[in-house]
Write a protein that binds this ligand. Structure first.
Ligand code: GTP
Length: 346
């Protein structure tokens, strides 16, 4: 089976982390987010993936490549963003059988195989995965009938509209049949949720509801951090997750508290503590007498001596001068440099 994964967005809400890399390449426990999505797709029998790219496609292609664990990876590009609907239309030539379409910033363990069975049983033209969220008003809410048919879409409804109702949100995973997009025009900007799906209502469009699954869209820094912590705590399983990679070195009196994850080649100076829920990328250098906790450091980050780094995200190559403190949900973009004795709190 084939999947089309939408990865063309600029990831504006995740800036500055997405200023230098597309969201699909943002590291989650030291591997590109896309690898986690590809693992999940593979575990449900997907063998070919088309990445629908637009923002920073060269980086995407370089990092993800042409194959992944035996899956074939193709790319399709837009010169300017066509929106989630226009992008699927552009990839239409790849939809020559039942095809999975999904947003490329979702981490989930939803049972795609079961959804496929549901899709076939219902003889759906389009099936949409639905799940529950504690705050549905920040998502696209979908109302379904007793037989699962989709009745209504509410894009980011107000809290009043959703108060007291059990509502399902769009989980960003769809299964579609060939010919479904015939009425759409090539090269036009469309939103799949706003412009396309409402037109399918009453015409073989079903919602597949999953409860008690893991589901997170990694659209903001807070959700990105939450997803990393969930993985460390085992709420979302990632195979081959290691507490420490190759050649990690600890100076005398330094230690790491689990759950945490340290990339290969990272060096931690004496008397420093890598606290729980921290992720350190490859080849980071942490000085002496530092505390790093609940922080996410990408590759090649350098922290001087006597620093406190907590609850923050530091992108690749960030340099923090000695005796600094970076705390309170601070997010620093790639290559940021802080002078010694800096104090940063978001
Ligand atoms: P924000 O700018 O923060 O909203 O992020 P985004 O646009 O990257 O993500 P959004 O949640 O809006 O989009 C959901 C998924 O669709 C993401 O995986 C995006 O990469 C992808 N996407 C959004 N717009 C486009 C587009 O115009 N073309 C393509 N190919 N993919 C898109």
């Amino acid at each position: 089976m084939r999947a089309i994964v939408l990865v063309g967005g600029e990831g504006t809400r995740l800036r500055p982390l997405t200023l230098c890399v597309p969201k699909a390449v943002v590291p989650v426990v030291n591997r590109p987010m896309m690898f986690l999505i590809l693992n999940w797709l593979k575990s449900h029998g997907v063998s070919e993936v088309v990445l629908s790219a637009c923002y920073k496609p060269d980086i995407l292609r370089k990092v993800i490549g042409r194959t992944y664990r035996g899956m074939k990876i193709d790319y399709i590009y837009e010169e300017s963003p066509l929106g989630t609907g226009g992008a699927v239309k552009r990839a239409e030539k790849y939809i020559n059988g039942t095809t999975v379409v999904m947003n490329g910033d979702i981490l989930t363990d939803l049972d795609l195989s079961k959804m496929l069975k549901f899709h076939r049983q219902k003889k759906s033209r389009v099936s949409i995965a639905l799940t529950q969220a504690s705050n549905p008003s920040s998502y696209g809410v979908v109302e379904t009938g007793r037989d699962g048919s989709v009745l209504r879409f509410l894009e980011k409804p107000s809290p009043e509209e959703v108060a007291g109702k059990v509502l399902n949100i769009n989980a960003g995973v769809y299964i579609i049949e060939p010919g479904t997009l015939d009425l759409m025009k090539d090269g036009k900007v469309y939103s799949i949720e706003r412009d396309i799906f409402p037109k399918f209502i009453g015409d073989g469009f079903y919602g597949f509801v999953s409860r008690n699954i893991y589901w997170m869209d990694l659209g903001t820094a807070a959700k990105y951090v939450k997803a990393c912590r969930d993985i460390l705590e085992g709420a979302y399983k990632v195979k081959g997750l290691e507490a420490a990679g190759k050649n990690v070195k600890f100076g005398g009196g330094s230690r790491a508290v689990r759950p945490s994850c340290i990339g290969s080649g990272t060096v931690v100076g004496g008397n420093s503590r890598i606290g729980e829920l921290s992720v350190l990328g490859k080849n980071c250098v942490i000085g002496k007498n530092c505390v790093v906790e609940r922080a996410i450091l990408w590759d090649n980050v350098t922290i001087g001596d006597n620093c406190v780094i907590s609850d923050c995200v530091l992108a690749g190559g960030v340099k923090v001068g000695a005796s600094s403190s970076v705390t309170g949900e601070t997010v620093l973009g790639e290559g940021s440099v802080l002078a010694p004795y800096s104090r940063l709190r978001a």
